[in-house]
Ligand binder design. Structure first.
Ligand SMILES: [Zn+2]
Length: 470
């Protein structure tokens, strides 16, 4: 996934703007990263006709050419088209390994929808264009470039560094992170995980706004609501009508609000945002951090969808159908309810709440098939002092004065899967994107050239900061 989550606050955080610094990478590193980026974008890795194996093989070859021994680079997966690449730089073992994950697959892109060929890498007017430039072949490139540079420098980290480039984050049946955890846990076992495909580094018209580190995300889950009854001739209405029954229950759901709840990440998020945002909204953020929370502040923040989604589970009707003929009483009506569940709560628990709120025993509620992450717990990752200090250090070097804000996404990324497997996971894109120009999953996807090279520099510095002998 890749979605802007901080737009609401970014718009008012303009006070913290700073001018972009030139990238600190040399010409040869720029060329290397650009070549890798181009190669990845031009390999089609869509679920329909693409192959992550081709991309995984290409990256494996680059690592081998850079001096990685064959025993430290593997391409493996459940079938020919869904390969994952796992590589390792060996450290002294003073600390436990670090794992970097990033998906190789991209969302479908039709030539007819785009102004250019989505699988041709184009540099134009300060942007790189192509499917995956923002989600998330940029991140793949940062990591591969960093691993190549570290190997060529004969860098000796104090811990193993593991890189896993994976399949099927955007869809498809062979999610690479889930597959590796299930089949090759030993290859990727780590103290914690860093994922460029989450979090928010935000720009406003090219000016830096925020460094958002994602340490938590909600769980995605669909529920199917179904009412069936005998139906009959529409000239003889009866008291049993599937459409009315379902509609009445959905109205009860509309009025229901799941309980207010904060976790370590959202608590920290609101305490930092309160200072950035200021005014009544900032004061309200401080209000909900009190114990007990100020009810008026809670009500005002709950009325803002962006903040509401960060303080409670939400469930909303997203699809509806019923009946089978204009002149017949409906024998069936059903609806899809989409829930975004706060970390620490299970779909079963939410289903039990839904049944109670709907208040009609004739409505059958079931879990619809959902994302790979569905049905598993998804605890927030603790804000580790070592990681936060490293991030602060690198961010101060590159973007002095720009606030670092922990975030909980309302969507879902591969981090939901790794967290569920007991691996604390942190989203750090490395690439700053304009808050009003996020084209991930859309047409004419692009990223700023300057931000791309900053990302190359950022990941190199970050990996070193996280693994240099202490
Ligand atoms: Zn993504």
């Amino acid at each position: 996934m890749k979605s802007r989550t901080l737009f609401a606050i970014a718009a008012i955080a303009g006070l913290f703007c700073a001018v972009a610094l030139p990238a600190q990478v040399t010409d040869s590193t720029q060329q290397l990263s650009r070549d890798i980026f181009k190669q990845l974008v031009e390999i089609n890795t869509t679920d329909s006709i693409g192959s992550t194996t081709v991309a995984a093989d290409a990256m494996a070859k680059r690592l081998l050419d850079a001096g990685f021994p064959a025993s430290d680079v593997q391409v493996l997966g459940p079938n020919d088209r869904k390969g994952n690449m796992v590589a390792r730089i060996h450290g002294s073992g003073a600390r436990k390994p670090l794992l970097f994950i990033c998906h190789l697959d991209v969302v479908e892109a039709r030539r007819a929808d785009w102004s250019m060929d989505p699988f041709q890498f184009i540099e134009k007017d300060g942007y790189f264009y192509g499917r995956g430039t923002g989600d998330i072949k940029d991140g793949d490139t940062f990591l591969v470039t960093t691993f190549i540079r570290l190997k060529q420098e004969h860098y000796q980290p104090d811990r193993d560094l593991i890189l896993a480039l994976t399949a099927d984050e955007e869809g498809g049946a062979s999610n690479g992170v889930a597959w590796l955890i299930k089949n090759h846990r030993d290859l990727i076992e780590a103290e914690y995980v860093v994922n460029p495909d989450a979090g928010d580094f935000e720009l406003d018209n090219g000016k830096h706004l925020l460094v958002g580190i994602q340490a938590s995300e909600k769980l995605y889950q669909d529920f199917d609501l179904k009412v069936t009854n005998p139906g009959g001739h529409s000239s003889l209405p009866t008291s049993e009508n599937a459409i009315y029954q379902l509609a009445e229950s959905l109205t009860r759901l509309e009025k229901y609000q799941f309980p207010f709840e904060l976790n370590e990440v959202t608590r920290e998020y609101f305490s930092r945002e309160a200072e950035i945002v200021g005014g009544q909204t900032g004061a309200d953020m401080k209000g909900i951090l009190q114990n007990p929370p100020d009810p008026a502040a809670l009500a005002r923040l709950s009325a803002i969808p962006y903040y509401n989604a960060r303080i409670r589970t939400t469930c909303v009707a997203t699809r509806l159908d019923g009946g089978h003929a204009n002149n017949a009483l409906p024998g069936m009506a059903h609806a899809n309810v989409n829930c975004r569940i706060l970390p620490g709560h299970s779909p079963d628990e939410i289903e039990a709440t839904l049944v109670k709120v709907l208040g009609d025993s004739h409505i059958a509620v079931t879990h619809a098939p959902g994302l790979a992450s569905s049905g598993i717990p998804n605890p927030p990752s603790p804000l580790r002092p070592d990681l936060m200090a490293a991030l602060q250090k690198v961010s101060n070097q590159m973007w002095p004065g720009i606030p670092i804000v922990p975030v909980m996404d309302a969507g879902a990324s591969d981090g939901a899967i790794s967290r569920a497997a007991g691996l604390p996971t942190y989203g750090l894109p490395g690439l700053f994107m304009d808050v009003d120009d996020d084209r991930s999953h859309g047409r004419d996807e692009r990223v700023r050239v300057a931000s791309f090279y900053d990302g190359v520099d950022f990941y190199y510095r970050l990996v070193k900061a996280l693994s240099s002998p202490q």
